[in-house]
Design a protein around this ligand. Sequence first.
Ligand code: SF4
Ligand code: SF4
Length: 358
Amino acid sequence: MLTSKMIKDAALAAGADLCGIAPISRLKGAPKEMNPAYLFPEAKSVIAFGFRIPRGVQRGIEEGTQFYQYPSIAYGGINEIFAPNVLYQVGRVIEDAGYEAFVYRNTGARGCVSDMDGSEGNTLSPEEEIEYIERGKKATAHHRSVQFTREAREGAVPPDLQFQFRLVAVACGLGEIGWSNMLLTPEFGPLQRVAFIFTDAELEYDEMYSGKPLCRKCGACVRECPGSCIPAINSGKTVTVDLDGKICEWGDIDMWRCYAFYTHGGRYYNPFVPKEVFDKNENGALDLLEGKSEASEKEIMKVYGALEKYFPSWVGYNMAKCGGCIRACVSVLEKKGGCMEERFKAPLRTKKAWKMDR
Ligand code: SF4
Ligand code: SF4
């Protein structure tokens, strides 16, 4: 008989760091286009896997000396290599017991509504758009632009259904969502990524986290965001979700703004772009990074167009240079307590965070 213990043992043996299991009914409040119950209507259980982000992959960004390791290992490596292997191995255990394992690896910009702003249809991530324009050399609709997708049958949702990974991880008992919209876990604070399996097997379920709040509401993430994308703690700008009775609340982050800053850092946090480029701000392409325009897909495309060449190595994945909110959070949780104290012999941060003098 397939048990939750068999699944968790297999997950940890294959390389996952965390594993929690929830009944699919816990997600019943999700909007239809983002409700994983529609993925596989016979599913009874959802299994969440957590994969730690080694603290050391952010050391180079923390020092301002190496920006390649975080996106390549913590984004690309986990999403494309480490996590899929675990999904594959655990999926075998489930299917050997006669149940189906619908694996769902971490992926973005794939839903029938935008994962940036929830809008319907054709909002692409800038990276997807560049991939298409530059690599595909085509001028018509994106190869998987979602504006043409339709329900395959009555009562279904258009492909590709994408759900809120962090909320489903919370449903599976892995942790809570912090003010900065990161998943925080007792084991690793904000340092993990997630992947999932949906199955028709009924299993023993984990409770949702109910210990002391994992987010200190300290505002360090707000202060250290280079783009001021995260609202102040007492601003009242919140997103609140009732997850089967567990109230989850976080800051209503300007996601498009974050898209520009987490990939390009801005004047003070991007050592790859000469100061003169920011000073010149040719054709206003950097207005968004310079605080002269609101964030939108159009403005971000201008930023990407102007700065892409200064960070030529795409590592095959998002060229994340920021991690400001993550590092701030780790630093606070290590020093002031919460979920990360005493994990490391020395704290992540031993000196003032850097900022370029320009
Ligand atoms: S930095 Fe502070 S406020 Fe922000 S998510 Fe972490 S604990 Fe919460
Ligand atoms: S990733 Fe960077 S830009 Fe985005 S919210 Fe965090 S600190 Fe701000």
